[in-house]
Design a binder for this molecule. Structure first.
Ligand code: ADP
Length: 316
């Protein structure tokens, strides 16, 4: 394990920012922390990297965080404002100079896709390009563990995907990553394990696919029936198929429809002479998990589907 945390607590006055968080990160893996604003993600990142006080046990590369050699860690804080009147190249040279053994600046610029912006002042770069310089700064010391607090906030969709590919390459070479993100597709794509933090507690931890199976609910088919159609009659036409159907206005929501069963639903509608204007089918994803576990009272998460999950919840 490159990182191991047991029962980490942090209070600010009366605010309990972290209420006994335990997690571990394996070498070469990505751990993504997700959760609403104020859940404690930044406080956890800061505890894990030795930049704030905490109670509990943390081992970062085998040492308490404050004793871990900073050469081995790359940290991108959520708010990080490097000097603006330096070029991308000068910034990487400056931060590289803080380490005994820094990487080539040209390589880092290429990694973050800024080879052609090397001589542009930081203040003249777009928000997304600036964030990429900051990711580059976290990479100058060739870290074993990269800790990124919202690395892609403000980066355009193409830039985000470039960064995902960079993280793929780094983890394939054995670099470990802990990141926070508000983008569920990002966590789902990148993470080997996801931790959902709410009110200072990890309410669910596991591989994205496992969390989706346990908390994501069922796939849904939504059918918008034509204007002159009696939606209640359309609902009755589908009910014999045996899935749950709800009607809101002209939209029928049919739960638990497998891709194969979509045809059965449409056949039933055709058979009953029901015209429809639009349909969409959606599989549960990490966003469904997030919404299921954070829209309800997070002290009392919805009943899990499996007994195994219940144990994890009670200990988490
Ligand atoms: P997140 O990163 O998930 O948005 P934070 O870790 O920033 O959450 O905050 C968790 C809780 O701790 C919030 O209630 C926040 O107001 C509080 N908090 C964070 N930092 C401080 C601080 N320096 N002083 C007082 N309260 C803080």
């Amino acid at each position: 394990m490159v990182l191991n945390a047991e029962n980490v607590r942090r209070e600010y006055g009366d605010t309990v920012a972290l209420d006994g968080v335990s997690l571990s990160v394996e070498q070469g893996s990505v751990f993504a922390l997700i959760g609403p604003n104020g859940a404690g993600k930044t406080t956890l990142i800061r505890s894990l990297t030795g930049t704030t006080e905490y109670e509990g046990e943390i081992e970062l590369l085998g040492e308490p965080p404050k004793r871990t050699d900073t050469q081995r860690i790359g940290l991108l804080p959520q708010s990080f404002d490097p000097p603006e009147r330096l070029t991308a190249r000068e910034l990487l040279e400056y931060y590289g100079g803080l380490y005994d053994d820094a990487r080539s600046v040209a390589d880092v610029l290429a990694d973050v896709g800024l080879g052609d912006k090397a001589d542009t002042w930081y203040e003249s770069l777009s928000g997304g390009q600036q964030r990429r310089v900051c990711v580059g700064i976290a990479l100058v010391n060739d870290p074993e563990l990269l800790v990124l607090d919202e690395p892609t906030t403000g980066i355009d969709p193409a830039g985000r995907r470039d960064l995902w590919r960079l993280l793929d390459r780094l983890t394939a070479d054995g670099t470990s990553v802990v990141l926070t993100t508000h983008y569920m597709d990002e966590a789902e794509y990148l993470a080997d394990r996801v931790g959902l933090l709410a009110d200072g507690s990890l309410v669910a931890t596991g591989p994205p696919q496992q969390l989706i199976e346990e908390y994501g609910g069922r796939s849904r088919l939504e059918v918008e029936v034509a204007e002159d159609v009696d939606a209640a009659a359309a609902q009755r036409a589908i009910e014999p198929i045996g899935t749950g159907v709800d009607t809101t206005g002209r939209t029928l929501t049919i739960q638990g429809v497998t891709p194969r069963a979509i045809g059965d639903v449409l056949d039933a509608l055709d058979h009953a002479g029901v015209e429809y204007d639009a349909l969409s089918w959606r599989q549960p994803d990490l966003e469904s998990v997030y919404l299921a576990l954070t829209e309800t009272d997070t002290d009392d998460p919805p009943a899990p589907d499996t007994g195994e999950r219940a144990e994890v919840l009670q200990s988490g």
